[in-house]
Ligand binder design. Sequence first.
Ligand code: GLU
Length: 311
Amino acid sequence: MLKYHRIGLLLVALLAVFAFAAVACGDDDDNAKTTPTAAAAATTAPAASPTARATAFPADSTMAKIAAKGSLIVGVKFDQPGFGLLDPKTSKPDGFDVQIAKEIGKALGLQESQVQFVESVSANRIPYLMTDKVDLVIATMTINADRKTQIDFSRPYYLAGQSILVKKENTTITKVDDLNGKKVCSVSGSTSETNIKTKAPTAQLLSLADYSSCVSSLKDGRVDAVSTDDIILAGFAAADPSLKLVGGQFTQEPYGIGVKKGKDDLVKFIDAQLDRMFKDGTWDNIYTTYLGKVEGLPKPADARAKLPATN
Ligand code: GLU
């Protein structure tokens, strides 16, 4: 009996020591506003219920429908440094376009995990929207008249221009004219492919599915150059010192967010969110995070000032 009493006392004493240690640890970090447990609970707190989220928008609006289904599905690139690149460690894409998508998801009342990404290469961006495989396409997509007959676009959120990527030792290609008679890689379904046909009509065009395949064929010597938007090429050049950009910008490529036709309310909502991001510094932060190290790029405020106000 005495033995059990002693064990009981020992247990009480041990519990008291643990309780004291826990309180002391909590006090240790003066800056912590919440205990570790409370902080963990805050980051994993469930999103508002689908009904609560949906009632934040007019009934029957596209936003209410997305909020009620509890997911925003976005087509992004998976192989383009800076804009949409799959992180092999997390198996999640990251980049400028991915962050814009997350901001829109947040504004719809969704948690980050409820914004889902689907790889979209240039040629399947419009088909994916038209067949409802995705809710939005945010994938370095140029707004142009031809595409506007098939889908709708938000206001421009980035202004790129087509350029040329060659091997560092190349001295024969310095401008778009020089692509005539040369082997040039671009991507099926892109404005870059169409622009090469008009601006360097005698170039031997190799059309592949994505830009990383074009860059591989440049490195292998199967083509002399890759041509697409400067900011995409700059991402590849930054990752590979054997490559360089030449030829400046020979087109204007204003990027817009693609939306299936018939969802005017969603386009207006996205435009308002982009305007908000331009004003409250969100866009500048995204620009600095993902493009800040690209040589020769303007400061965020100057890049923002160049954006056309409408499409
Ligand atoms: N911005 C151009 C386009 O939308 C080229 C980049 C791309 O293919 O993603 O076609």
